[in-house]
Design a protein around this ligand. Structure first.
Ligand code: 3AM
Length: 171
């Protein structure tokens, strides 16, 4: 199964992100991320075995994530897959440290694939050919987090949907 570790927005923030996704789609087209799928990926694990998945569920259930605040103040575009996202103009030290810690721990589960560069972002649109940021409201959001989730990505004829398998302890 295909897994990733992510922060999941609290309900009010999810609503604000959904509004930005609507505005972005009206301006740029593309396929909008459904509200229930909005997230911030910390680590994409790829395909794992059932045994690895069981171990990972257990690990996440016992994991404590230092509480943090991520300020979202920028639009971004990954040109090749046509992703329009919101995130932050400058690198975020706390999220980078958390991402590094997670990848160090993932090694012990036999999981590799740490990307050479980590750009924290929330994907709002896919298959969008361009980003017209000048037409869009400037993001000004604060994401307060204290736990992460292990999520399964399930792909079928309707596309991808996500199912949460476990959640770290509230810290
Ligand atoms: O946070 P986003 O939505 O950009 O693009 C996929 C999504 O990221 C990414 O993992 C997240 C949950 O599906 N993803 C999918 N396949 C990937 C791959 N082969 C991947 N990231 C890196 N390598």
């Amino acid at each position: 199964m295909r897994l990733f570790l992510a922060l999941v927005p609290p309900p009010e923030l999810r609503e604000r992100l959904g509004e930005l996704a609507d505005a972005a789609q009206a301006s740029c087209g593309g396929r909008r991320t459904p509200d229930e799928s909005l997230h911030l990926t910390l680590a994409f694990l790829g395909e794992v075995s059932d045994v690895q998945a069981t171990e990972l569920v257990d690990w996440v259930n016992r994991l404590a994530v230092p509480p943090g605040e991520w300020r979202l103040d920028a639009w971004g575009h990954f040109r090749r897959p046509g992703i329009v996202w919101v995130g932050r103009q400058t690198p975020d030290t706390a999220l980078s440290a958390l991402q590094g810690r997670l990848w160090d721990a993932l090694k012990s589960f036999g999981i590799t694939g740490r990307p050479s560069r980590y750009v924290p972002h929330v994907t709002l649109l896919r298959r969008a050919e361009r980003l017209e940021a000048a037409e869009l409201p400037m993001p000004n959001l604060v994401w307060r987090y204290n736990r992460l989730e292990l999520i399964q990505s399930i792909t079928d004829h309707r596309g991808s949907r996500y199912s949460s398998l476990s959640r770290s302890i509230a810290s």
